[in-house]
Design a protein around this ligand. Structure first.
Ligand SMILES: [Zn+2]
Length: 246
């Protein structure tokens, strides 16, 4: 299938993700009512709801009241479009496994944004990402087993660390994301993804410490980014694993 259509498909899903990111944490329906401006409540016309393009043509403002619309909306659409294309380049097919893989990563993207906003994520979306990940390849049982191992291993680490720190380490949400990681890339690469996520998180957390700002950093964005990098370059990371352990 043409890359351009995959990109458009990704943009459309990204537009839907914006609705998911806004409405799911508030417990609102995804279907009704149709999107409207949060300030003037005017229903957004289909012509003003074209991913990225409408935002540019309207110069980032509501068509009726002129209220600024965050650049985050077109950026999420664009990012989803890029992720859709990258997954297509990697898999080379637009089939059911593509849809489950893309579904898992797109849901992870929504979880990242919600984690940024609320420092917590809804179980509904977290379990949806995990479910997509079970079916992302024909080896469903293997994926399921890898998810269980990751979730079990992370729970174990959590018990130990919480005991020694005398406070709750890692959220339950992170453990479900761990299951998604295990199902998507397998145990070895999921462990590497965790390691990369921790490395990616060092710089911003040092920055927050130095700025003496609130140190609570959302961790799911790092987990998701680490997993996507490792999934995309899996053969390189398999090689790294071999060099380290064999
Ligand atoms: Zn408005």
């Amino acid at each position: 299938m043409d890359i351009f259509f995959i990109f458009l498909f990704g943009l459309a899903i990204g537009s839907f993700l914006n609705v998911v990111i806004y409405r799911v944490p508030l417990g609102k329906s995804l279907i009704t009512p149709p999107s409207s401006c949060p300030k003037c409540n005017t229903k957004i016309k289909p012509i003003h709801n074209i991913p990225v393009i409408s935002w540019i043509l309207l110069k980032g403002r509501c068509a009726s009241c002129g209220k600024k619309i965050s650049i985050r909306y077109p950026l999420i659409e664009l990012l989803t479009g890029i992720i859709a294309v990258l997954i297509y380049i990697k898999l080379g097919n637009f089939d059911i496994f593509y849809l489950f893989t893309f579904g898992a990563f797109a849901t992870l993207l929504a979880l990242c944004m919600i984690d940024f906003d609320y420092k917590a994520v809804p179980d509904s979306l977290n379990l949806l990402a995990l479910t997509f990940a079970f079916f992302h390849s024909p080896e469903v049982l293997e994926n399921f087993k890898n998810a269980l191992l990751m979730m079990g291993g992370m729970s174990l680490v959590r018990y130990y660390v919480s005991y020694f720190l005398k406070r709750e380490a890692m959220g339950e949400g992170d453990i479900i994301v761990g299951g998604t990681m295990g199902a998507l890339v397998g145990i070895k690469l999921a462990v590497l993804s965790l390691f990369i996520a921790a490395l990616l998180a060092i710089i911003p957390s040092l920055y927050f410490r130095l700025q003496k700002k609130e140190p609570e950093l959302p961790f799911i964005p790092f987990l998701a980014l680490g997993t996507f990098i490792v999934w995309y370059f899996d053969s390189y990371f398999e090689e790294i694993w071999r060099i380290i352990y064999e």
